[in-house]
Design a binder for this molecule. Structure first.
Ligand SMILES: Cc1ncc(COP(=O)(O)O)c(C=O)c1O
Length: 347
């Protein structure tokens, strides 16, 4: 068992020295999913870590990531936050919310990643909340050009600088210090404390793998703290062949940022793309069924882009995996997107 009391520095390096914004209260709950277990015919404990309930503007995993980005923005004296993401980006919604709570403005660049002309996709869900928060919205035509999206965001920031503002950019493409991933290094410490307090043996933890900040940070945190609990990343954006090296790279970037040795060997990065089809921002029937089952058994509200795909992966693991140890589902939120995807969810 991990000795958490003994685990802060040096294994987590500078983690506790970096500025944080104080946007939410930890720990988030970890709850049993007994009804789902019964429906799936398994006696092993199934649990959900409620990272959808991170306090602010419908919550989600990105609040933990913004702790560090907006902490740095505050430390730099920024007055405007800039972020880029898909039209229904949860990160953009929460960046706008965090900026407002800290008294800053927010510019959001919405990228065309998903071919969807449904007016609900373009106006409801996260976009509606961003408008309520008074964020300034821009658009970027290419959904797969991360470097180009960052470049255009830089141009918007330059315009703001010339107008006397102090912009802070949250970058998209890899190659920047992965500040957001630190939120999930921290969450690994929190979850290990909960696992220890409950006296659980855990066989697998199922987590979404998109930009990799959540998956990479969490895996890094567990291994840095000496836990060998398996972690399975569910691909939500790219196939496994692209995602695995991305997570390996993220872990090295986190090690560089924290100034510690990377504790994650390459063969410890496990990802599956079995639930990705038909692609980013689109859900298969299996994913839609998983969303309905989680709602009907556990009153969990999942989205078709991230947490629904992750639940499909979780259900598959619960049905197939042998053993008696607990399985943990990390609920990363995405709740407002259900209103944008009403057509898919009610079809
Ligand atoms: C609800 C939700 N879950 C999971 C993810 C994936 O997290 P990451 O980009 O850190 O891999 C995202 C990313 O936007 C998200 O909004």
């Amino acid at each position: 068992m991990t000795d958490i009391a003994n685990t802060s520095p040096p294994r987590l390096g500078r983690l506790d020295d970096l500025p944080r914004a104080g946007l939410f209260h930890a720990p988030t709950h970890m709850e049993p999913m007994a009804n789902l277990g019964a429906a799936l015919g398994t006696k092993r404990p199934l649990l959900v870590k409620r990272d959808d309930l991170t306090d602010m503007a419908f919550g989600g995993n990105k609040v933990r990531q913004l702790e560090f980005y907006l902490g740095e923005a505050q430390a730099q004296g920024a007055d405007t936050v800039l972020i880029t993401g898909a039209v229904q980006s949860n990160f953009a919604r929460l960046a706008a919310a965090g900026a407002r709570k800290l008294g800053m403005d927010c510019h959001i660049q919405l990228e065309e990643r998903v071919a969807k002309n449904d007016p609900r996709y373009r106006n409801s869900g996260n976009v509606l909340i961003e408008r309520l928060l008074g964020a300034t919205l821009h658009s970027y035509p290419e959904g797969e050009d991360e470097a180009g999206a960052d470049r255009q965001l830089g141009e918007i920031a330059e315009g703001l600088r010339q107008a006397g503002r102090k912009p802070y950019i949250i970058p998209l493409a890899p190659g920047h210090a992965p500040l957001g991933a630190l939120g999930y290094v921290d969450m690994a410490r929190e979850l290990l404390q909960q696992v220890e307090a409950a006296g659980l043996t855990v066989d697998d933890i199922i987590i979404p793998s998109g930009s990799g900040a959540t998956h990479g940070g969490f895996l890094f945190g567990l291994r840095a703290l000496g836990s060998q609990i398996p972690v399975t990343g569910i691909c939500v954006r790219r196939d496994a062949a692209q995602q695995k090296p991305r997570i390996e790279h993220r872990c090295q970037e986190i090690a560089d940022l924290l100034e510690v040795e990377n504790p994650v060997p390459a063969d410890d990065v496990v990802v599956t793309d079995a639930f990705l089809a038909p692609g980013y921002g689109k859900a298969s029937d299996e994913v839609l069924d998983a969303i309905r089952l989680a709602a009907r058994m556990e009153a969990l509200i999942l989205d078709p882009v991230y947490s629904g795909k992750t639940m499909a992966g979780f259900i598959d693991t619960a049905k197939r995996a042998e053993g008696e140890g607990a399985l943990i589902f990390i609920h990363t939120g995405g709740t407002p997107a259900i209103f944008a995807y009403e057509g898919d969810l009610t079809a």
